[in-house]
Design a binder for this molecule. Structure first.
Ligand SMILES: Cc1ncc(COP(=O)(O)O)c(C=O)c1O
Length: 390
């Protein structure tokens, strides 16, 4: 048997292109919000850059990366509210003018390093409808907005709009509605100070996987209704969104190899029920884990589903299966209540919908390698890419 024991493989496919098209269908044409996208992977960026989206970046390296792919600085928003001074200077030298802030300290740095920047005030909004909450780390409280805007005026800085992020993995469009209502207050407050804001950036939080609690289409409907209520289409305010996860969620399938296995006998007198065998629990040790591509198991509380590759049939009996990642740490556990047919050492398990915050956050802790990436594209996606880049 060939030894694949430390190998993982990830397949990134035409899903990015599919989502980019459906985003345009849902959010781009009949509706009010335009896209500002981000991705670390060049091939993903290639696909997304075939449409005239803006790009949101988090640091100097990301600015360099997207500009090396031909994105002009006017299509970039530096969306991190707290930035190292040197990165602000680099943005200025590169012509990247649009950037966010949420504190007086940030205003002071920007007034020194990029005084002509077009600033977007990131406000703190109710993030309780999201799994990953950002409110404790970023965003100016509504009570402090007046003082911040006045400070920006004193420093002769140009505040052009407002942004928020309802948190990642958002479960309810009401979060956007509340945040959009808050934003309306900020626009009104700015107006009383003589500041004419023209941009509303509704951030990310959208989910691309189909088994999520709310579909992208339902989310978009709720957002569009809220926009119509608080920012009429003749308001002159440009609306922008920053989906991250949405584009890449379903783009990757991970293949992990079982390199070790232990059978733990349970009570043999226990009866089996509905195809579930209760007489043993099986522990598997696989080639990738929470310190690699599946960190979301811990920090997003996401449970991935492992499917035995190819030959297991649905009618085969299933066993309680504890799947462990390869490292020495017992935190590196990938399943809780999970049942699957018995597999053997050397077999592969597939994990779908693993495109978001996976490869980007993977480490090589304990020396276990990150997955090899194989790009898979339909003829149509390949054709589109060829027209733009090759
Ligand atoms: C400022 C900003 N915009 C957009 C995103 C993308 O968020 P999501 O992946 O939830 O769509 C993030 C993620 O951290 C972010 O910090």
């Amino acid at each position: 048997m060939e030894d694949f024991s430390t190998q993982n493989k990830t397949f990134l496919c035409s899903e990015v292109q599919r989502h980019s098209s459906s985003y345009q269908d849902t959010g781009g044409t009949g509706s009010r919000f335009r896209l500002c996208q981000q991705s670390k992977y060049y091939k993903v960026l290639h696909i997304l850059l075939t449409v005239p989206f803006k790009t949101h970046v988090m640091c100097q390296r990301e600015i360099e990366m997207v500009m090396s792919l031909g994105v002009t600085p006017d299509r970039i928003i530096y969306a991190h509210p707290t930035k190292p001074q040197s990165h602000i200077r680099h943005a200025c030298a590169s012509g990247v003018d649009m950037m966010t802030f949420d504190s007086e300290e940030e205003l002071l740095k920007i007034s020194t390093c990029h005084p002509k920047a077009k600033l977007v005030l990131r406000i703190s909004v109710d993030d309780s409808k999201s799994i990953l909450r950002f409110g404790t780390k970023f965003g100016a409280k509504l009570q402090s907005v007046g003082d911040l805007l006045k400070r920006a005026q004193e420093l002769h800085l140009n505040v052009t709009g407002v942004s928020f992020h309802v948190g990642s993995l958002c479960t309810d469009s009401v979060a956007f509605k509340t945040a959009i209502a808050d934003t309306r207050q900020v626009f009104d407050q700015a107006k009383t100070l003589g500041i004419d804001m023209r941009l509303l950036d509704i951030g990310g939080g959208f989910v691309g996987r189909t088994d999520w609690l709310i579909s992208f289409e339902q989310m978009a409907k709720g957002i569009n209704e809220a926009l119509d209520e608080f920012f009429s289409s003749d308001s002159g305010v440009r609306i922008m969104a920053e989906p991250g996860r949405y584009f890449v969620d379903t783009a990757c399938t991970l293949a992990v190899n079982i390199f070790s296995k232990k059978v733990v006998q349970s009570d043999p007198t226990q009866s089996n029920e509905s195809g579930k065998c209760l007489d043993k629990t099986i522990m598997y040790y696989v080639s990738d884990g929470v310190y690699g591509t599946m960190a979301s198991t811990i920090y997003d509380s996401l449970q991935f589903t492992f499917s035995p590759f190819l030959h297991k049939r649905v009618e085969e009996p299933t066993y309680q299966s504890i799947i462990w990642g390869p490292t020495c740490d017992s935190l590196d556990r990938l399943t809780r209540e999970f049942w699957m047919p018995e597999c053997d050492v050397g077999e592969w398990l597939l994990v779908r919908d693993i495109g978001a915050y996976s490869l980007t956050t993977a480490s090589d802790f304990n020396g276990f390698e990150k997955p090899q990436i194989y790009f898979v594209a339909t003829a149509q996606t390949w054709e589109i890419l060829s027209q733009h880049f090759f």
